[in-house]
Each structure stands twice: as C-alpha cells, then as structure tokens.
Design a protein around this ligand. Structure first.
Ligand code: PHE
Length: 334
C-alpha cells in the first residue's frame, strides 16, 4: 500500500536502504509493478480506476524517492565533510634532513675557489692504464710505487690498475687539449695502505694543472697561496720545501702553518707548527714532450692535494677514520 511504501521510505537512512525500497515497490518484481501486471485480470470497469490509482501511487513514490535521495546525499556529504576534515593549523612533524659530508663541503669550496681563478674541472678513470699513471709520468719500470705491495693491479702483466694518484688525468688532458690548459681533477685514488688515523687504502686527491707560455714557479706559489688563504683564512702562511716527484722538476711539498696551534700539545700538527698539505712542481719537460707539447714553447705547473687532509685541517679533526665511518654523531655536526 501507499502508506506502507511511504513509511519504508521515511525509514531509509542511506543510499543502500533507499535503493532497497525502490526495488521493493517499483522494481521489475516490485509491488506496484505486480499490480500493474495483473490489470488484465480485472473487469473493464475496475481497470481504469485501479490503473489510474496505481500510476498515481507510482508517480508519488518516484517523486518521494527522489526527494529522499537528495536529502540522504546532503546528509552523507555533511558527514564526510566532518569525518574527512583536515586541520591545516596543526603543526607539522619535523622531517629530519641529512647533512652534507664534510668532505663534500670542502670539495665544493675548493672547486669554487679554482673556478674563480679560471680553472675548469676534468675527470679521468679510476681503473687506469699503467701507461698513464706511470710511464707517461716519467715513473720508470722498477720504481717502488709500481710494486705489487703498493698498487692494486687488475691485470697480471701490470698494464691496468686502480690509479694511485690523480696525475694520469694531467696526461689525458695534455694529450687531448692544446695549451693554454687550466684544470683541476678531483677523484678517488687507491694505495695498499693499512687503515689508521692518517691512512686509508682509498682516498681522494685534487690534481691541478696549468700549461701555457711563460708559466713559472711564481704562478704556482700564487695559485696555492690563494687556495690556502681562501680555505683557511687570510694570512695563513705556507712553506714550500724542496722535494722530488718523477713528473715535476723542480718539485716541492707545501706546508701550511698550523692555525689551530696550542703549541706542543696541538692535536692537529702534533706540536710541529706546520702541516704538510700537498705536492707540486713544474711539469717535467719529458712529460710535456711525451704528451705532444713542446717544452721549448710551453711550461706548466702541477699539484696534487689530499682532500681528506684538507678536510681534517679545515675542521681541526685529528683522525681520518671519522671521515669514512659515517657515524651520525660525527656527520650531524656539519
Ligand atoms: N701525484 C703526487 C702524489 O700523489 C702529487 C703531485 C701531483 C705532485 C702533481 C706534483 C705534481 O703524491
């Protein structure tokens, strides 16, 4: 009956219940539909009366269902607006972000300093031909650095190894570029050293190379002093000591005056007042010539700096192992 249908409708409180009511009365097997289907069994007088009544009820029901549906939808939307509400004023949880490794910080500083002086950055392979790491750098067969207990060889015939310095990049650049050349080449190098406070079998160097007409030791000193003052502060003193490298002549080692110095008890320089920072020199004429550059026309200087050592000094750290251990207590200080 109509009252029954209207009551069921009023009780339907969500979309699913409403649909059940629609099916019950207006569906294919619904009650109203059943009445309309049985019309054939009625007498000619009854038929129009019942038919009209049934159609009226159907129309009224359809309208009521539509109204109810709109009401339910409104109610459900209001419910969702409450249950899915976001309070955008709640303070966020702090995301802990990582730190740059101290060596990356110092490497970037060094790159900036050199780029500011007109250098560009060159790269070379870590698995290197002995020809580039030794022969063309004037390091003859039989030299101690070529021994198996110093170098990580890859081939039995000693023709390929993990480079033990960044100097082979000098050779690669000189062979492929005509002067003027002004490059630095940062990268990993490998030596068979035991790990301790000052050694690691893998460490990083920054190679530098300048080749042009009229380059002198004065240019080398000026460039390195500029680097040191920018890295460690204006007025930081350097000391150039004579040394020997097969690929430079003359050669030197450069010390930096300890700026952390607490005298004899100093952790950084062990009380010596000076810290060795790098090796350098004027590119050997044999090396220039071997790379196709005429040593009577051009001259050049080169240097190689240990990046770990630069970093330890920069932050007055006294143990290189800290650089590689990735202990968060250490890293989070930078
Ligand atoms: N290759 C040298 C080393 O590893 C450093 C160096 C580079 C010295 C360039 C002179 C010129 O010790």
């Amino acid at each position: 009956s109509k009252t029954e249908a209207m009551a069921a409708l009023a009780a339907a409180s969500d979309t699913a219940a409403l649909e059940a009511v629609r099916v019950r009365f207006l569906g294919k097997k619904g009650e109203i539909t059943a009445i309309l289907k049985q019309m054939g069994a009625l007498s000619a007088e009854e038929r129009p009366v019942i038919g009209q009544l049934a159609n009226q009820i159907r129309a009224a029901l359809e309208e009521a269902i539509e109204e109810r549906a709109a009401l339910i939808e409104e109610k459900e939307l209001a419910g969702r607006l409450v249950s899915e509400a976001l309070d955008v004023t709640v303070p966020g949880t702090k995301v802990s972000i990582g730190h740059r490794h101290p060596m990356s910080i110092v490497l970037d500083e060094a790159k900036d300093i050199f780029i500011g002086m007109g250098f560009s950055i060159a790269e070379g392979p870590e698995v290197e031909l002995s020809v580039y790491d030794f022969d063309k750098l004037n390091i003859p067969v039989g030299h101690t650095v070529r021994e198996w207990h110093d170098t990580f060889y890859i081939t039995e015939d000693e023709s390929v190894h993990l480079r033990c310095q960044t100097s082979p990049v000098q050779v690669r650049v000189m062979e492929s570029q005509a002067p003027p050349i002004r490059i630095i080449s940062p990268g990993r190098v490998y030596r068979k050293d035991e790990v301790d406070a000052t050694h690691s079998p893998m460490f990083h160097q920054i190679e530098g190379l300048v080749v042009d007409k009229g380059i002198t030791m004065g240019n080398l000193k000026g460039t390195l002093n500029m680097l040191v003052e920018k890295l460690y502060g204006a007025g930081t003193a350097t000391r150039f000591r004579p040394h020997h490298f097969p690929f430079t002549e003359p050669s030197c080692e450069v010390d930096v005056q300890c700026f952390n110095c607490g005298g004899s008890g100093c952790r950084v320089c062990k009380g010596e007042g000076w810290i060795e920072l790098l090796g350098a020199g004027m590119v050997h004429p044999k090396v220039l010539a071997g790379c196709g550059i005429d040593p009577d026309v051009y001259s050049g200087f080169a240097f190689g700096i240990g990046l770990e050592r630069m970093t330890l000094l920069r932050y007055s750290i006294d143990d290189m192992r800290l650089i590689f251990e990735n202990d968060m207590r250490f890293l989070s200080q930078f």
